[in-house]
Design a protein around this ligand. Structure first.
Ligand code: HEC
Length: 132
């Protein structure tokens, strides 16, 4: 067997392994999950609703939408410093207020009252957000 073939097998084995281990998100399914968010969020840049625009949200600095008024709790958490990366979103979407008060170390709640409980839906919607 030549080394290119061996490399190809190694790479596909790794890809299969990580899919199984992390239940990778599916952006197309995530787009459907996003309907649950759309009452309060737009994916369009610059368009805020009850919640801030989620355009390009994955990996951006917390609270970075300048013309959106975040809650006291969210701002307190931001002062401690965090980015809305995948690890944050994974926990935040399950229970926004708990995550925010955990970071802020206060009893302040997040203004986001919605909780997404389904772990697979969380992975799918994060994948969708990554692409928008
Ligand atoms: C009932 C309205 C509502 C729903 C539904 C909702 N959100 Fe939110 N979301 C908010 C509000 C309000 C904020 C601002 C939080 C604050 O200031 O405490 C927010 C904040 C966020 C943030 C932080 C944004 C930033 O600029 O730092 C993310 C990320 C987020 N929501 C993702 C989602 C996703 C994904 C869904 C769907 C699974 C969702 N939200 C559903 C109201 C909502």
């Amino acid at each position: 067997m030549n080394s290119i073939k061996m490399l190809a097998i190694a790479v596909s084995a790794t890809a299969m392994f990580s899919t199984a281990a992390f239940a990778a998100g599916d952006a197309a399914k995530g787009e459907k999950v996003f309907k649950k968010c759309a009452a309060c969020h737009s994916i369009e840049e610059g368009k805020n609703k009850v919640g801030p625009s989620l355009h390009n949200v994955v990996g951006r600095a917390c609270g970075s939408i300048a013309d959106y008024k975040y809650s006291r709790g969210y701002q307190d958490a931001c002062e401690k410093g965090f980015t809305t990366d995948e690890a944050f979103l994974d926990e935040y979407l399950k229970d926004p207020s708990s995550k925010i008060s955990e970071i802020a170390q206060t009893k302040e709640r997040s203004k986001m009252t919605f909780k997404l409980k389904n772990e697979q839906e969380i992975q799918d919607v994060i994948e969708y957000l990554k692409q928008n």
